[in-house]
Design a protein around this ligand. Structure first.
Ligand code: SF4
Ligand code: SF4
Length: 203
């Protein structure tokens, strides 16, 4: 019948519209006070069980990224902000593995002997070239470089602000544990298991 296709299409839109409100009711009026995107409800609303239309009013509402989400890399350090101990040994594997070649590393030298040290003096990532592939983090043998969740990096400077230096790239291990808890926990478990194995071998 003439017009049936249009009516069918509109009925799908209407169904999504109604389902959106039904889902709100299902999750207990959580939209009151802007709590629609709570960590408790979000996984359900982003799963295959979700119904209706879910529009995020960004930037007022910001979804917490999933744990595996990756944007640009950062360098993990232990210790305090003033006394950073980067895990990086300046081995250069990440820069070799980086497909668009956007990592530059300068190894530190002992000021007295001039011999190379197992740490970087400088470390740069051009985040405009970075394609967020995560290869650097995958290949790093020291868990020193990880993929960040922070994607709000836009600004008006087209020159230097998108070349992140070691100061900008450094983030504490506590930050890493917070954004990627399961990755951090499994790495810690691996470290403990290795330490346990070597202690048994020795004694
Ligand atoms: S981040 Fe990792 S792979 Fe890259 S230079 Fe440092 S230790 Fe090597
Ligand atoms: S995420 Fe990929 S493109 Fe970006 S710095 Fe790492 S290896 Fe290079």
């Amino acid at each position: 019948m003439y017009g049936m296709g249009v009516l069918k299409g509109l009925s799908v839109t209407l169904k999504h519209f109604v389902n959106t409100y039904l889902d709100d009711f299902k999750y207990g009026f959580l939209w009151i006070g802007n709590k629609r995107y709570t960590t408790e409800v979000l996984p359900k609303r982003q799963s295959a069980e979700a119904r209706g239309i879910f529009t995020v009013q960004y930037p007022e509402e910001v979804l917490k990224p999933q744990e595996r989400f990756r944007f640009v890399p950062f360098l993990v350090y232990e210790g305090s902000d003033e006394n950073r101990e980067y895990r990086c040994t300046a081995c250069g594997i990440c820069s070799k593995a980086c497909p668009p070649q956007c990592i530059w590393i300068v190894r530190a030298n002992d000021p007295e002997t001039g011999r190379p040290l197992r740490k970087p003096a400088e470390f740069y990532v051009d985040i405009d070239i970075c394609m967020n592939c995560g290869s650097c983090a995958e290949f790093c043998p020291f868990d020193a470089i990880k993929m960040d969740h922070d994607f709000e990096l836009a600004d008006y400077d087209r020159t230097l602000s998108h070349i992140h230096d070691i100061q900008r790239l450094g983030k504490p291990v506590e930050y890493y544990a917070r954004i990627r808890p399961s990755y951090h926990a499994s790495e810690q478990a691996e470290i403990l298991a290795k330490a346990d194995k070597s202690a048994r071998a020795k004694g």
